[in-house]
Ligand binder design. Structure first.
Ligand code: BG6
Length: 465
């Protein structure tokens, strides 16, 4: 087997506007749903009051420091950088008819800076945030009108950046709305399944309309969906466990099925009936959904297990998705189980199911780092994690899976999404900031920085299998 990844494979990292930019009210930006979640995507919703402060308000100040950061990414040899556009920089309340020029100009500067170094932008339209104005005044994605507001936003940025950005993603981890409805669709935690699935339906339609708009506006443009790749294994080989696992995997694969195939899968009819969910789906929606994505992108951090045994089910649950832990796997300090082989398995499953190119747009290890007295940061645990996962990506490619690229999550330390903390670091670049948002924000290369640069330089041939 060749050790080298294919030519044209894109290497890089991924960040999201609300986790790096800071400058949360600068240049006319409006409040986003993320700005109201100072404790992260599962935390309480807090109205902003004068003088309050959330770590995300400053984040790593990428808004002002991006030239320095892009230069560091280029030093590692990145050929792709995934980031998101903050919808609220373009339409501060969400329902304006005219976009905010200062917001548009910011992303022009950002994409121009990437171009200087030959870094391809991969841009998410909505990464865990939307204008809070749309939630307060329209009920977020529960309202059909939000489809139009989103389409208008998407068309605006496609028009503006059509010559600069060819690779787009619609909604980050679109299946996450099932676990964090405020983050995903602007609905309160505890909302009914009926309300959540109706909002999800609107979002799926909006995603499809964005694909259509991109194809109309951006010559050579490609749009991917973005799934949280939360693959589940049966805890035992008991047929009931295997069946339950299949059903739970369908909970998230359903999103991919709609976005890749262009219609609701048959198994959802039964699911909706069993849960007394009746969706309003118009003939126009059915037509819109037929616009399918060009590629499939996903995040991958961990796998989990499923059991029908009530005791085992209750006994041990960990990580953000509340999955039953796998006794054969070690966990990160945050309870995320480390499973490189699971990545190869997932990639093969997705490719078998959809036969579309895949893009791994998030993967990485959240860990505490220690700055040594001499200023070095020896994050060999992170090197190990990424090495092992990339080895499995290479295996999947050898299995015949088409893979466009790999962007590790948080190549520069950033605010964590789940808890809005800083001590959970993913970066190859260290940022001096603590959980209270205090620190100089100075950037520092970690050991993994040099390691990743070497991997990219040799197209993966120096990975240790
Ligand atoms: C993904 C999100 O779920 O996981 C990112 O798309 C997030 O926004 C990442 O940061 C890692 O999660 P966390 O909670 O460790 O930041």
């Amino acid at each position: 087997m060749t050790q080298r990844f294919p030519d044209g494979f894109l290497w890089g990292g991924a960040v999201a506007a609300n986790q790096v930019e800071g400058a949360y009210l600068t240049d006319g930006k409006g409040l986003s749903t993320s700005d109201l979640q100072p404790q992260g995507i599962f935390g309480e919703i807090k109205q902003r009051v004068a003088g309050d402060f959330s770590v995300k308000d400053r984040a790593i100040d990428f808004y002002h420091r991006f030239p320095e950061d892009i230069k560091l990414f280029a030093e590692m040899g990145f050929t792709v950088l995934r980031t998101s556009i903050a919808w609220t920089r373009i339409f501060p309340q969400g329902d304006e008819t005219q976009p905010n020029e200062a917001g548009l100009a910011y992303y022009d500067r950002l994409f121009d800076e990437m171009k200087k170094y030959g870094i391809t932008p991969l841009v998410t339209l909505s990464h865990y945030e939307m204008p809070y104005g749309l939630v307060a005044n329209y009920g977020g994605w529960s309202n059909r009108k939000t489809i139009d507001f989103f389409e208008n936003y998407a068309r605006t940025v496609f028009e503006r950046y059509q010559y600069k950005v060819k690779h787009w993603l619609t909604f980050n981890e679109i299946n996450m709305s099932l676990h964090a409805p405020f983050t995903g669709v602007g609905l309160a935690a505890g909302s009914s399944k009926q309300a959540i699935y109706q909002a999800i339906h609107h979002q799926l339609v909006a995603s499809a309309l964005a694909v259509k708009a991109c194809h109309e506006i951006v010559a050579g443009g490609q749009v991917g969906n973005m799934l949280l790749g939360g693959m589940l294994y049966p805890l035992s080989c008991k047929p009931a466990d295997v069946l339950e696992t299949q059903q739970q995997n369908r909970d998230w694969l359903f999103f991919g099925d709609v976005q890749v195939r262009g219609y609701y899968p048959a198994y959802m009819k039964r699911f909706f009936k069993q849960h007394q969910i009746e969706l309003e789906i118009t003939p126009e929606d059915i037509t819109a959904l037929k616009q399918t994505v060009d590629f499939i992108s996903f995040s991958y951090y961990m796998t989990g297990c499923v059991t029908t045994d009530p005791e085992q089910n209750q006994a041990a649950r960990a990580n953000i998705l509340n999955m039953v832990p796998n006794p054969h796997l070690a966990s990160s300090e945050w309870g995320w189980q480390i499973d490189p082989v699971g990545l190869r398995y997932l990639m093969n499953e997705l490719y078998d199911r959809y036969q579309k190119p895949l893009f791994i747009v998030e993967n990485g290890l959240g860990a505490r780092d220690k700055v040594e007295a001499d200023g070095s940061i020896n994050d060999d645990y992170r090197i190990q994690y990424i090495n092992d996962h990339l080895v499995q990506v290479r295996e999947a490619i050898a299995d015949g899976v088409e893979v466009m690229g790999y962007t590790s999550w948080g190549p520069i330390d950033l605010v964590s999404a789940s808890k809005a903390e800083f001590s959970k670091r993913y970066g190859f670049i260290y940022v001096d900031c603590d959980d209270q948002g205090q620190g100089t924000l100075e950037r520092r290369r970690k050991e993994s920085f040099y390691w990743y640069a070497d991997i990219i330089k040799h197209h993966g041939a120096t990975l240790k299998a």
